[in-house]
Design a protein around this ligand. Structure first.
Ligand code: PMP
Ligand code: GLU
Length: 398
């Protein structure tokens, strides 16, 4: 028999992970696929961080840790937030989780009741909507397409807020678009929020360090709303540590306590060894972060140049993260050589995979039909060859 809960039946599978899995399966069958689907840095974790993990094993950091993480790591995060972002969260307000993904889900499950509304600017990372659904909350989408550089306006936010709104979920630099809100743009959003004291802000700042604007403003840096801002961050992207699974929330104390209670019942602490590695990431030299950022900036220039050269694609110039989100509607409605009609951007992503052997992700998975997402966290050679294949495959459509 099978008996899958309604809760899980209602969940959509993660499209980013599904596409990456499909690309890995094709590769295993001997197909030469270039994977621009999953978003993870292609760099190895820096040596000093790996050394700290080896030392942690030798020093027997192999027992359960406090549910919210080692105090030494929570202190290191608190100091990082002060040093780099100018914001104040005491170590007791930091809860370390198995990646930023769990940190986000923890906060949503610990603060959203059925019927509560969560405002999410679209396009948005695939998991936000599903996490809100898990909590029984209602997603209120606010669309920001390429014509507004994928950023919502204060006016749009004002219109989306109702008496039932509990939270705004904002991601900057953004997955899937790479857009970065400037300090002025954030201030305008904050001015709206200041009028609605019951709305919390869940700010996903995981791409903070992959940012080509030269400056980053944390959502918690605005005193008008700082006491209801929950920051999400972690080591996956900035330190090339996706597999280590360390992220955290920095939250008001009441919420940090609720999150700790929740996590204490279903995963306990994140890996003791990975926590020690993350501590080394935050307290050690930050040169690796700047080097990787520079590599991503160079690749951004390359991918924008090559994608702009494909007729029909509309491309913005992302200011951060490692994604490009081109508008592809010029190719929707066209037909493949085999006579199959491309009905939507999901069909186009599948066509690019099967005919062009390039894995991308359908924009529909991020709440915006008519786009695809490319992750350019890969070598220059892969980017060149992938974009060459995409151009050839797209031009073959009639
Ligand atoms: N937020 C965003 C916007 C992401 O793209 C990701 C994907 N890695 C995460 C959170 C989760 O990151 P992790 O769980 O690897 O820390
Ligand atoms: N966040 C990355 C992405 O968007 C990793 C996969 C995932 O966790 O969804 O591709």
């Amino acid at each position: 028999m099978t008996h899958v809960s309604e809760r899980v039946q209602a969940l959509a599978p993660s499209a980013t992970l599904a596409m990456s899995q499909k690309s890995a399966e094709l590769k295993a069958q001997g197909v030469d696929v270039i994977n621009l689907s999953v978003g993870e840095p292609d760099f190895n974790t820096p040596a000093h961080i790996k050394e700290a993990a080896k030392k942690a094993i030798d020093d027997n950091f192999t027992f359960y840790t406090p549910v919210a993480g080692y105090m030494s790591l929570r202190k290191a995060v608190s100091e990082k937030l002060k040093r780099e972002n100018g914001v104040d969260y005491a170590p007791e307000q930091i809860v370390v989780a198995n990646g930023a993904k769990q940190a986000l889900c923890n906060v949503i499950l610990a603060s959203i009741n059925p019927g509560d509304e969560v405002v999410i600017p679209m396009p948005a990372w695939v998991s936000y909507v599903e996490m809100v659904k898990l909590a029984g909350g209602t997603v209120v989408s606010v669309d920001a397409d390429i014509t507004q550089d994928f950023k919502i306006t204060p006016d749009q936010l004002e219109k989306a807020i109702t008496p039932a709104t509990r939270m705004l979920l904002l991601c900057s630099p953004s997955n899937p678009t790479g857009s970065v809100y400037s300090r002025e743009e954030l201030q305008a959003i904050v001015d709206v929020l200041a009028k609605h004291p019951d709305v919390m802000v869940l700010a996903d700042e995981i791409y903070e360090h992959i940012n080509f604007t030269g400056s980053f403003t944390s959502m918690a840096a605005f005193p008008e709303i700082a006491d209801r801002v929950i920051l999400i961050n972690g080591v996956s992207k900035a330190y090339a540590m996706t597999g280590w699974r360390i992220g955290y929330c920095a939250a008001p104390l009441w919420l940090a306590k609720a999150v700790t209670k929740l996590q204490g019942q279903y995963t306990s602490n994140a890996s003791s060894i990975a926590q020690k590695a993350a501590e080394a990431a935050y307290t050690g030299s930050q040169e690796c972060v700047a080097e990787m950022n520079e590599a991503f900036r160079r690749r951004r220039d390359l991918v924008v140049e090559l994608a702009s050269d494909i007729p029909g694609l509309k491309v913005n110039r992302p200011q951060g993260a490692f994604y490009l989100f081109p508008e592809v509607s010029a190719y929707i409605g066209k037909t493949t050589l085999e006579g199959k009609k491309i009905e939507c951007s999901a069909d186009l992503a599948m066509y690019l995979l099967e005919s062009g052997h390039v894995a991308t992700v359908d924009g529909g998975a991020f709440g915006m039909e008519g786009y695809i997402r490319l992750s350019y966290a890969t070598s220059d050679d892969n980017i060149r060859e992938a974009l060459r294949r995409m151009k050839e495959a797209l031009l073959a459509l009639k």
